[in-house]
Design a protein around this ligand. Structure first.
Ligand SMILES: [Zn+2]
Length: 176
């Protein structure tokens, strides 16, 4: 599939209460007229695939304006994964279970730096502090849930993004 992302359509996933009807294996995301590859293909639903380009373009523009470099690779962790919230033994299924979430690990930059949530988010500017904070703030307008290291102990080395429904009309955002 071409367009805002480069992705392969996968067959439907049915795994108990988990799964999704039209999974995509995303390989690259279009941002500011370039195709920015992922470190490894990630499986998500169409909603996440549609939301990622706008966010990545914003982070790439910020990086170019403020640090005179651009994003070479977006490094993601888990996309689809059948499990409960925070890997707990009981409780609610995570939005990862429906392909409606990704975990961001960080960015490889054209200047050779690799900035990662740990230690960059609470690190120095050189380690990516400013870029990662901007990435968090920008994510809050593209996604419904954003959990950075400011959020809780489960997100010290990754930033969770999803399109969960919060509030009666699904318009409430959770941004931490
Ligand atoms: Zn997550």
């Amino acid at each position: 599939m071409q367009g805002q992302v480069t992705a392969k359509l996968l067959p439907p996933i049915h795994d108990g209460q988990c799964g999704l009807q039209s999974p995509l294996s995303i390989e690259a995301i279009e941002a500011n007229g370039r195709s920015i590859p992922l470190n490894a293909p990630v499986t998500t639903d169409c909603g996440m695939a549609s939301a990622l380009p706008q966010w990545l373009s914003a982070v790439d523009s910020y990086t170019e304006a403020h640090e005179k470099t651009r994003i070479k690779t977006l490094n993601l962790g888990t996309g689809y994964d059948c499990r409960n919230v925070d890997h707990a033994a009981t409780g609610n299924l995570s939005f990862h279970s429906f392909g409606d979430a990704v975990d961001v690990i960080g960015f490889s930059l054209e200047d050779g730096r690799k900035v990662t949530i740990a230690p960059g988010f609470n690190g120095t500017k050189e380690q990516g502090h400013d870029i990662l904070h901007y990435a968090r703030d920008a994510a809050c307008s593209s996604f419904m849930t954003v959990i950075s290291p400011d959020g809780d102990s489960f997100h010290q080395d990754n930033m969770h993004l999803d399109l969960a429904c919060h509030g009666k009309t699904c318009t409430m955002r959770l941004c931490e």
